[in-house]
Ligand binder design. Structure first.
Ligand code: PLP
Length: 283
């Protein structure tokens, strides 16, 4: 596998990140993930825009202009002959002697790699997942996509121990989002509900895309908080992310959702999202 590292493509076994990289030592880095289906990147403009926003919020310099980053992604995909999977990008603040306070004007470290996987052939797409419900362990700027992911790693480990596939997190009696996804419910009257964007959640690109598709097809979408007490009475639930696409959720904590099988609104959104993705241009 070829890795993009600081301006050049190198074989994975030759790719070396300095020990004093701030991303490695302090979690001082931003990342982004774009999905690829059958040679087409999905929602990549949204992911690039969010990369730029995350970097700007923590005042890490852009490693290259956005159009060059997009060209790099295409070249990386070409070199690795990837048709289906994910493109991962990470920008670290840079390299210097370990110190919490960064020096101004560091040169950012930039790496990218591909992970091949048939995202639309995941059995979870067909059967759905069971998500555990745990308190949200994260800091107060969840709108920034940083590599400080230990909270999410820990809740996902706990979910595995407790017999679940994944996790939704909550705070102040309401769902925030999935451990690596946006959380949605569908009410008994067919309204699609998700939490509004704020510093409490990551503004999901798939979330944005799916909401726009739902609205364009005349479905009702409401942005409001989801109280834990209402989960037992919802008709459907699903989650979205670049790598999970639209994924049905058939259990949330102790509550089985609907009949315990993916519902019609979720199925429709899965199809709408895949259809839209398949209309994109191949790279
Ligand atoms: N929320 C969190 C905490 C995430 O980590 C992710 C993706 O990894 C998402 C939401 C979904 O975002 P996107 O749809 O842009 O992949």
């Amino acid at each position: 596998r070829q890795i993009f590292l600081n301006g050049t493509f190198v074989a994975e076994h030759e790719a070396r990140v300095p020990v004093m990289d701030r991303g490695l030592l302090l979690g001082d880095a931003i990342y982004e993930v774009t999905a690829m289906l059958d040679g087409r990147m999905i929602d990549n403009d949204l992911h690039l825009a969010r990369l730029q926003r995350s970097l700007s919020e923590v005042e890490i310099a852009m490693p290259m202009p956005l159009d060059q980053i997009a060209k790099m992604q295409v070249e990386l995909v070409r070199r690795n002959a990837m048709r289906d999977g994910t493109i991962y990008m990470q920008v670290s603040r840079g390299v210097e002697e370990r110190n919490f306070l960064p020096s101004a004007g560091l040169k950012p470290g930039f790496l990218a790699f591909t992970q091949p996987k048939k995202l639309d052939e995941n059995p979870a797409q067909e059967h759905g997942v069971q998500v555990a419900l745990y308190p949200d362990p994260r800091w107060d700027r969840r709108d920034i996509k940083t590599v400080m992911l230990l909270g999410q790693v820990r809740v996902k480990q706990q979910a595995r121990l407790d017999g679940f596939d994944d996790v939704w997190m909550f705070e102040d009696g309401c769902v925030t989002e999935g451990a690596s996804s946006s959380a949605f419910i569908v009410t008994q009257d067919g309204t699609i509900v998700t939490r509004p964007n704020s510093t409490a959640i990551l503004p999901g690109c798939t979330r944005q895309s799916v909401m726009a598709l739902a609205t364009a097809h005349g479905m009702r979408v409401e942005e409001r908080e989801i109280a834990l007490e209402e989960i037992s009475g919802v008709a459907e639930a699903f989650l979205t992310s670049a790598s999970s696409l639209v994924q049905p959720v058939v259990r949330v904590g102790q509550d089985r959702i609907g009949d315990g099988v993916p519902g019609p609104v979720t199925r429709r959104l899965q199809h709408l999202y895949l259809d839209a993705a398949r209309r994109g241009e191949r790279v």
